[in-house]
Design a protein around this ligand. Sequence first.
Ligand code: SF4
Ligand code: SF4
Ligand code: FES
Length: 524
Amino acid sequence: MPSFKLDDAEIPFEPGDTIIRAAHKAGVDIPHYCWHPGLTVAANCRMCLVEVDPPPGRPAMMLDVLEWNAEKHDYVPQKKPKLQPACQFAAADGLVVKSQSSSHVTRARAAVQELLLLNHPVDCPICDQAGECRLQDYWLEHQGTRKRMKDEPIHKPKGVVFGPTIVYDAERCIVCTRCVRFCEEVAKDPVLSVRERGNLAEITVSPGRELDHPYTLMTEYVCPVGALTATDFRFKARVWFLRSARTVCTGCATGCNSFTDFDPRTQEVYRYRPRENLGINKYWMCDEGMLDYRRIAADRQLIASVDGKPSDREQALARAAELFEGAPPESTAVVLSAEHSLEDNFALLELAKDGLKTSLVYVTGRAAGQGDDVLRDPDKNPNTNGVKKLAPQAKSFAELVKDAADGKLTHVLSLGSHTPADAAALAQVKHLVVLASHVGPLTEHAKVVLPAASWAEAEGTFINRNGLIQESERAVTPRGDSRPAFRWVHELRLALDRPPAWKKLGELRAAMQPASAGMTGARP
Ligand code: SF4
Ligand code: SF4
Ligand code: FES
């Protein structure tokens, strides 16, 4: 593989790579604002300037400059090498590039920083980007000096509402155009553009439009500074208090890789952020997915219930076991859920086969929604393929409703609650036990409801629309009395005196392996 030298490191590259892209792939950071690995090159911030040695036998391209000489107390003519933007300069075999090791580069970066901060307000104490802002980080790394300009800075509009989800602060904007390029190139809706020139330049929304496509939160996320903020997150948390779990978005069958950011002190989840996976979501997530964290707290089934009345865990478990004790296998069914992890579904399927001795298995999930050719899938369940793999014979929820209406079912144990339920038909099932994380049509009709942990409160494995098996970490502890559905199944089996062969998650996963054998996988 061809390579070039960057300071002391040898960086391999592929044809078409620029210096910054090859360095990024090798895990070496060259400071940058406007470059983003998923967007076209704009080369407008000049933060990524590097010194490139000329090929052997060629003279270096030098610039005439005037440099302040303290002894002479005057500017004196000097020469300095012409620096190159690493985001635009194509990598070439044998190239010698200086980044940290060049004093010219060090001075250029400090000068770029100073220029970008000339009119920037010192908003850091009230800015939502504080703690994850490149202006802050690079000031410390590459400038570290006070502003020399004494004049009043240029003032620009603040708090401009770009749309239902995003607010713009033009004073904080460094006009890197990442947001403009993202809307055009990824969201395929060129709704943003730059108006004015020089230090009057600012981002604007097309006349008659709002920033309202399905990827507005990503538009905010690509902003390297605090110019774009999301109404959903602004002023809610300080990022240095948050911790991140490496999770998989459960908003649809795409299975985008995400970070779930939560406050470990309160166990509250504050946001989802994309986690790079070039094979699935690249660098992106959709608004639906990024806002899906709200369901972790909304409409939750937090306590058990028996006959519609709140109950403690033990009583509910004992009642559920009582209902299923001696249930006739020919009219007993379990309902798997494409919303839930492989672990939850596998435990339930095993209970059906070994515990309840029934082969009546159905599958349910969230109703279909909108898809697109960027990321979103119309199937709003993260594990449809997982359930298919575990139980290819499982019948649809519509068939469950029909069989229930025909009086063929007397005992049903159902996982999940967001179903397109015909509640009236299910009400005819005499003994309905529901394992659900959220309230829904099934929970209203159940004899017993056992509160299940949500996806953020349990480790889980999901198989996405392309058949990729992915593990998601637990972020927070289960709310209320909820616990992972596979734990409930374990305890129900103990109460039925038909214990499974596994006790811990690792043993359950080992038992599950043959079911997911031969699949390509990814760990967080
Ligand atoms: S709003 Fe942010 S992403 Fe857009 S141009 Fe300004 S600094 Fe760049
Ligand atoms: S496309 Fe699907 S998986 Fe990806 S972020 Fe959106 S809802 Fe989540
Ligand atoms: S990253 Fe902005 S010019 Fe290269």
